[in-house]
Design a protein around this ligand. Structure first.
Ligand code: CP
Ligand code: NVA
Length: 311
């Protein structure tokens, strides 16, 4: 596995398998109350330039549960806010920390940080990608469907950071991914083209019914992501036909599951009855972020070791 997870393109199929297996194992051990120590004496920095409930708190809890110490770094309180170069910050923090997760706007910032850091760097969301979310979502799909192979996964809504990470995952893992996005809100064509070359079962349509038809998994996300708040009103109009509601979901496979990375806007991209309904697995998704983040930290930083409890 590479030093960093900046995008799912950084992973081989075998790396996905390693992380999924480790996350499942750590989840089972957590439920049994088995203590973990693979991050003992290690400090993990969490640099967040955007709000977060799930990602921040699950990374903090994950670090603590592996015996390490999380250090939350609000970038506005550091010299980064006074234009200290990313490259300098990366080299300095590498002298203090054992790993860092970063949530920011630009993918370029995370990549520059990683290029100058000696420690593993994990993308905790940028405008372009949300790799850790899709890793934990794949775990949730595995739990509910028992496989990824042969599944039809639908993405309904914006061609955003989540869509890009799903596309990258499909390129490597080979499942069918049909994205339905309004015209003008398609995913990045360079990302899409590169993925389709590896997996011709990745399709883009502007018809949500076509994407959902017989799908095993129906996935959606907010219509306006963090940083796009000023486009919210216009997007509400454009995206209205892409709402995941009971009628749209009725075209999916009988045992289809509904996924949403959260936070959700009920009455916009998903109706309340669907989000709260029996097909929804959103709370499992939220929980699995903890277990997958533990696996990522354990494999990248703790060398996947299960250390005995300290005497
Ligand atoms: N799904 C997700 O990343 O949620 P947060 O923004 O709360 O971290
Ligand atoms: N696409 C959303 C995901 C939030 C977890 C955003 O970037 O705001």
């Amino acid at each position: 596995m590479k030093k960093d997870i900046l995008t799912l393109r950084d992973l081989e199929a075998s790396d996905f398998a390693t992380l999924l297996d480790r996350a499942m194992e750590l989840k089972s051990r957590h439920k049994k109350g088995v203590p973990e120590r693979s991050l003992a004496r290690k400090a993990i920095g969490l640099i967040f330039e955007k709000p977060s409930t799930r990602t921040r708190i699950s990374f903090e809890a994950a670090t603590i549960q592996l015996g390490g110490t999380p250090i939350f770094i609000s970038s506005g309180d550091t010299q980064m806010a006074r234009n200290e170069p990313i490259e300098d910050t990366a080299r300095v923090l590498s002298r203090y920390l054992d790993g860092v997760a970063i949530r920011t706007y630009s993918q370029d910032m995370v990549e520059r940080f990683a290029a100058f850091a000696d420690i593993p760097v994990i993308n905790a969301l940028t405008d372009k990608y949300h790799p850790c979310q899709v890793l934990s979502d794949l775990m949730t799909v595995m739990e509910h469907k028992g496989r990824l192979e042969g599944l039809k996964i639908a993405w309904i809504g914006d061609g955003n950071n989540m869509a890009h990470s799903w596309i990258n995952a499909a390129a490597i893992l080979g499942f069918q991914l049909v994205l339905a996005c309004p015209e003008g809100y398609s995913p990045d064509l360079e990302i899409l083209k590169a993925a389709v070359q590896k997996n011709s079962a990745i399709l883009l349509t502007h018809d949500p019914k076509e994407a959902v038809k017989d799908a095993d998994v129906v996935n959606t996300d907010v219509w306006a992501s963090m940083g796009q708040e000023d486009e919210q009103v216009r997007r509400r109009v454009v995206f209205a036909p892409f709402q995941v509601n009971t009628k749209l979901l009725s075209a999916a496979a009988k045992d289809a599951i509904l996924m949403h990375c959260l936070p959700a806007h009920r009455g916009e991209e998903v109706t309340s009855d669907v989000l709260e309904g029996s097909r929804s697995v959103v709370w499992d998704q939220a929980e699995n972020k903890l277990h997958m983040h533990k696996a990522i930290l354990d494999v990248l930083i703790g060398q996947g070791r299960t250390l005995p409890e300290s005497p």
